[in-house]
Design a protein around this ligand. Structure first.
Ligand SMILES: C[S@@+](CC[C@H](N)C(=O)[O-])C[C@H]1O[C@@H](n2cnc3c(N)ncnc32)[C@H](O)[C@@H]1O
Length: 280
């Protein structure tokens, strides 16, 4: 029978409930408990004997049940760190991944710090655009998404972080961008094939298809972006895209077919080819 007024230490002992869905059951419990108590992790270790009130226990147990059903921690707490920024997240778009920081790093290396115009296609939470804006206050960044709820979320994150050099716009890729020109276009578009078994596993099951799935073996949106980019880039402008680890060759071929120069692929820390870029 569950203890009616459990202590912090007792609640954190329930790792077995999460072991089937998580490789980090203890950490998950700690993050959820901190979220319920609105306290930092150090509080849990300083006050292990502290007893929770009934309302907090119920809130914690509800979240624990959802986590045991596989829901990602970030959707339960409503936030995720990306590039040292705390971003609000919700089920309208992808939870930002650490892998995507490679797009940010590469973009920062390619352009100098002086004023540049950068376009982030498929911005989701605003992760890439806001990370770039936080590093380069002189850049003007346009962040685009086609999903209205994602646009609202990115704008909310922009306001929370007070980043005035980003504009969030609703557009189906380039469609509503009129005749703007940029030095660089960066994108983490949907690139998973609809039949890919990964869609039925782990956190991804809870994320929307609009952020993950693309036709033509996952390459349809990448192709639209590559074919449309030239019109929106200045001479010599860059296009950088994240893609699946088996798609690099196809992406390089598409960029070369569009006449791009300096086409190259970068590997993530696991050694997988996950980012390809070209110069128009
Ligand atoms: C893989 S998620 C990337 C989100 C964010 N950039 C990140 O890296 O965390 C792809 C994003 O593209 C958006 N998207 C899908 N189709 C689009 C389209 N036709 N035009 C603009 N954005 C689109 C989705 O709504 C989603 O937010």
């Amino acid at each position: 029978m569950p203890v009616e007024k459990p202590s912090i230490a007792e609640l954190l002992r329930q790792t077995s409930i999460l072991e089937a869905v998580s490789d980090s059951a203890r950490l998950d419990l700690e993050v959820l408990l901190c979220h319920v108590l609105k306290k930092p992790r150090s509080y849990l270790f300083t006050w292990p004997e502290k007893v929770l009130d009934q309302q907090s226990v119920k809130h914690f147990n509800d979240l624990l049940k959802r986590r045991a059903d596989g829901e990602p921690i970030a959707y339960l707490t409503g936030e995720k760190e990306f590039w040292s920024l705390s971003l609000e997240v919700n089920a309208a778009t992808l939870i930002p991944r650490p892998d995507t920081e490679l797009l940010v790093e590469t973009t920062l290396d390619l352009l100098d710090k002086a004023s540049s115009r950068v376009l982030d296609l498929g911005t989701g939470t605003g992760a890439i655009a806001l990370a770039l804006a936080s590093e380069r206050p002189a850049w003007e960044i346009i962040a685009v998404d086609t999903v209205a709820e994602a646009v609202a979320l990115a704008e909310k994150n922009r306001q929370r972080l007070g980043l005035e050099n980003v504009s969030v716009v609703r557009s189906d890729w380039f469609e509503d961008l009129a005749q703007q020109k940029f030095e660089l276009i960066v994108s983490n578009p949907p690139y998973i094939d609809a039949n890919d078994h990964h869609l039925n596993e782990g956190d991804v099951r809870f994320e929307p298809g609009s952020a993950l799935v693309s036709g033509n073996k996952g390459l349809a949106d990448i192709e639209v972006i590559i074919c449309g980019a030239r019109k929106y880039l200045n001479e010599g402008g860059y296009l950088l895209m994240e893609h699946g680890y088996q798609q690099a060759g196809a992406v390089r071929d598409l960029l070369r077919a569009e006449g791009c120069l300096q086409v190259s692929t970068r590997k993530d820390i696991a050694g997988h080819e996950r980012l390809t870029l070209g110069r128009f």
